[in-house]
Design a protein around this ligand. Structure first.
Ligand code: ADP
Ligand code: ZN
Ligand code: ZN
Length: 723
């Protein structure tokens, strides 16, 4: 019998499959890993198709070397998800397929390392740790504090202090620690009586467990969303099916994991987080794939996990930016979760205190079913939000007098303070402090960016340019300026004002480094730190019961950012950050410094009114035909010189088929022009019709792949989350 052709996905930046002589492989092997020769090496690929013929002449075809028969092939629905992903994001299927596998499977042979051990405090440990430790043993206390918030694995604990493994062994010898199995806690949680709104949410989802039904669960922090998730997971497990819970990167905390584990002490759970070793990840992934794990809890990449009995998908904090991958394959795990639910005919719940406007609009339009939890489940009071008008109370080095005073009082009471600095790379815009005018683009609903050196205002969306006006066009004020002040010195200033305070800094870098975010949380829990500077959101799931004051500096840059999503993000951040302040027994306070106290965003924020805010934003979006009322894609290019990037984009634009329903703007420099030594430019596409935009991209992308440029790197971003 003649050999069939094996069509294999390889991790190569080309949007195609590679043909090999099938070597006995059949349709039943689709989804298996295969080893194939490629160039001079042997590669790991994924068998995606079996064909009778190939475009390649038979004498040129090499045979597949080997197929992995120790593992079941990837299931059809996962393969379909990968294919959808490739076609929707116009990204090479092989790169998606290999990225979706655990890294251990990207190599042919993987030597599984020694199994990880999970430690928990024993009952005598509960008394001895951390109080039995010398006050100066900071690292040890941190380790103990982490363990007292729940069991933890060696890999995570090793990140907390240098000699962790020695200490753990010592403490185990002393009987303070015990080794525990799985994620499960010993204690079974008692269930609270559901509030009527929670009950109604559970009933609505529960009545549609066997069909595709997308739900948007809206409720402030503490309104009982997680409780609703857990009840529904319980129902789904009872029908013999698996549940997939996706959480933001920073939301996958030991406390959250522990809460899920405590609710289902007899259920095998696979937790997939970035701190796992390759072996651990592989093992947990396999348990999900072979059906042994009944709950999978993970970050965005987990959306690709094979789950034979999948019955429910939950996306917690669905608005969170970490669900959008910004490098390599740019995808939205939230959108893929909805795709997957539709494909599997199951419900999906998107939950948030501040849903994305995309999801909110889907609910308004009746495509999603809105479930609302209107109040805090524990009856705890909402934090008291106040604005500090920085036109009256001029901040020095970023800090106003009322803010300093309140920080001092809070620290003096022995409570913790979070100073939140919103410092994302906002490009400067021109504004008038007298009437709050901000230079708009006359051609699109973007704002103009200030380029001081060239004395020009420029639109990074459509390419429009103009001179800097001599005075405010709205009120005639000659004193117009750039918005957004440096916050570099805030940290030093705080250190000077509060020399006694123990400061820690939770910024993006710190939270990215492996283990350091856990360390920091443990420090805050243990009370080692009382003044926390956050440039990165201290997100959901971190219950710092002693944190009673949040001070927000520098929110104004986001109010007038040229990114039309900046206000949406700011609102979400402020709501979330406010949710950090105060717990049941200690009321919280939030101070926001702003030069624009009359901005409508604050009126909604102070009233804790997300719906009002969303309504207003959606009106603006609709007028400007911005997402979710239109669909966008952006072709980004980078090169040593901006001119090369722009030239390539112009050439690319000329290759685009013309479609009346899709607007293709002029190539422009990116708002953040230079990054990592390269100069960046971009070309925006926009259409009211997703189908038309996709049709254009389908015709256009192969043309670009045919002519790889030499001095330019490029990629396409579909539904871009950022400008
Ligand atoms: P969210 O996920 O919206 O932040 P949670 O589900 O975590 O809210 O609930 C917040 C707190 O209220 C938790 O401590 C939870 O145990 C508690 N809680 C939730 N639902 C109820 C309820 N029906 N009765 C009493 N307490 C509840
Ligand atoms: Zn414009
Ligand atoms: Zn003015």
């Amino acid at each position: 019998m003649p050999h069939k052709i094996a069509r294999v996905a390889l991790d190569v930046p080309l949007p195609k499959l590679f043909d090999y002589k099938g070597n006995g492989l059949t349709e039943a092997d689709i989804g298996r890993r295969v080893k194939v020769p490629f160039g001079r090496k042997e590669w790991v690929g994924l068998l995606l198709e079996i064909a009778d013929t190939s475009d390649c002449p038979p004498e040129k075809l090499k045979p597949v070397i080997e197929a992995d028969r120790n593992r079941a092939p990837l299931a059809d629905d996962v393969l379909a998800l990968l294919r959808f992903c490739a076609s929707y994001y116009h990204y090479p299927i092989g790169q998606i397929a290999l990225a979706a596998l655990p890294t251990a499977l990207r190599r042919w042979k993987f030597q599984a390392p020694r199994a990880a051990v999970r430690y928990a405090l024993s009952s005598s440990g509960r008394l001895a740790l951390p109080d039995g430790l010398p006050p100066r043993a900071v690292a040890q206390r941190r380790l103990a504090a982490r363990l007292s918030s729940g069991p933890a694995e060696t890999a995570e604990l090793a990140g907390l202090c240098a000699n962790a493994s020695q200490l753990l062994r010592d403490w185990q010898d002393k009987g303070w620690l015990e080794i525990v199995q799985g994620e499960n806690a010993a204690t079974r949680a008692t269930l609270p009586q559901l509030l009527p709104a929670q009950q109604s949410a559970c009933d609505q989802v529960g009545s549609r467990l066997h069909e595709f039904a997308p739900f948007l669960l809206h409720g402030i922090t503490g309104s009982g969303k997680t409780e609703v998730y857990l009840r529904l997971v319980d129902r789904v497990l009872a029908t013999g099916r698996q549940a997939l819970i996706l959480v933001p990167e920073i939301g996958l905390t030991p406390q959250f994991t522990q809460r899920v584990a405590a609710r289902f002490p007899d259920t095998p759970i696979s937790v997939l987080h970035s701190g796992l070793s390759e072996g651990e990840r592989l093992q947990r992934w396999q348990q999900a794939a072979n059906g042994r794990a009944r709950i999978v809890l993970g970050t965005r990449l987990s959306v690709f996990t094979p789950l034979p009995d999948l019955g429910l998908i939950i996306v917690d904090e669905e608005h969170d930016a970490s669900f959008s991958q910004q490098e390599g394959l740019r995808y939205s795990a939230r959108d893929l979760a909805v795709f997957r639910a539709r494909q599997r005919n199951i419900p999906v719940i998107l939950g948030s205190a501040t849903p994305s406007l995309e999801s909110w609009q889907n609910a308004e339009a009746g495509r999603y079913i809105l479930l609302n939890l209107p109040a805090r489940a524990t009856g705890a009071k909402l934090p008291d939000l106040r604005l500090v008008d920085t036109r009256l109370e001029k901040p020095e080095e970023g800090l106003s007098r009322p803010a300093l005073k309140t920080i001092g009082e809070t620290l003096a009471r022995g409570e913790q303070v979070l100073v939140f600095i919103n410092r994302r790379g906002y490009a400067p815009v021109l504004h008038c402090p007298a009437c709050a005018w901000v230079a708009p683009c006359p051609r699109c609903s973007s704002r103009l960016t200030l380029h001081l050196r060239e004395h020009r205002l420029r639109c990074h969306h459509c390419g429009h340019e103009e001179k800097i006006p001599a005075q405010c066009p709205a009120c005639g004020n000659p004193d117009i300026r750039a918005l957004g002040q440096g916050t570099q010195r805030v940290e030093d200033a705080l250190a000077r004002h509060f020399p006694e305070a123990n400061m820690v800094r939770a910024d993006r870098d710190a939270t990215r480094r492996k283990g350091s975010w856990e360390t920091m949380q443990a420090q805050i829990h243990a009370g080692e730190a009382n003044l926390i500077i956050g440039t990165q959101l201290i997100a959901k799931g971190h219950d710092f019961p002693n944190l009673t004051l949040v001070v927000v500096l520098d929110a104004d840059g986001a109010l007038f950012s040229l990114d039309f999503r900046a206000e949406e993000r700011l609102f979400a951040q402020l709501m979330q950050v406010a949710g950090r302040a105060g717990r049941a027994d200690k009321p919280g306070q939030v101070l926001i410094q702003t030069g624009f106290p009359q901005h409508p965003l604050f009126a909604h924020l102070l009233a804790h009114d997300f719906a009002g805010f969303a309504h207003e934003q959606l009106e603006i979006r609709q007028k400007g035909m911005l997402p979710p009322f239109s669909h966008q894609a952006v072709l980004r290019a980078e090169a040593a010189r901006l001119a090369d990037a722009l030239d390539w984009l112009h050439a690319a634009r000329a290759l685009a088929p013309s479609m009346p329903a899709v607007e293709i703007f002029e190539p422009v420099g990116a708002p953040m022009l230079k990054k990592a030594g390269l100069e960046r430019a971009q070309l925006w596409l926009q259409s009211a019709s997703r189908a038309d935009l996709q049709q254009l991209l389908r015709a256009w992308m192969p043309e670009l792949h045919k002519r790889p440029p030499r001095n330019v790197r490029w990629h396409l971003d579909v539904d871009p989350a950022e400008n």
